[in-house]
Design a protein around this ligand. Structure first.
Ligand code: AMP
Length: 115
């Protein structure tokens, strides 16, 4: 497919990754360059390039990303202490991979974002 990304290859098990959860809508894997003790990426299996591209009929899928993050945080035992969910959008937001994804960061006291 034209809009395949490196994340599509991970989702399709074409390249290796530390996959922690997968169903028919969402895949969760460890970030290759972790910024915290826990750093997972929660990714819709279908390619939505950025937040700007989310359609109304994808609202449930976007909600599922948050609920999947909640589930992973509980399973990892970091829910009570807390964590951070981040979605970067385009260049000013620092988005590197044009396949919508939510970062789940935690497992330690996170530094502020500087603003
Ligand atoms: P973003 O800057 O929001 O687009 O985040 C992209 C994230 O994907 C970065 O934190 C990268 O470390 C991570 N990443 C890139 N390639 C891989 C990969 N092959 N496996 C796991 N994480 C990756």
């Amino acid at each position: 497919m034209a809009n395949e990304t490196i994340f599509t290859k991970i989702i399709n098990h074409e390249i290796p990754a530390d996959i922690r959860y997968q169903d028919d809508e969402v895949t969760v894997f460890a970030d290759i360059a972790p910024k915290a003790k826990v750093h997972l990426l929660i990714v819709p299996n279908k390619v939505i390039p950025t937040v700007n591209d989310i359609r109304q009929d994808e609202a449930l899928l976007i909600g599922k990303l948050v609920l999947t993050a909640q589930k992973m945080a509980k399973e990892l035992g970091i829910a009570e202490n807390g964590y951070r969910l981040i979605i970067n959008c385009n260049s000013d937001g620092g988005q590197e991979v044009p396949h919508l994804h939510m970062h789940l960061l935690g497992g330690e006291k996170l530094k502020g974002l500087g603003f």
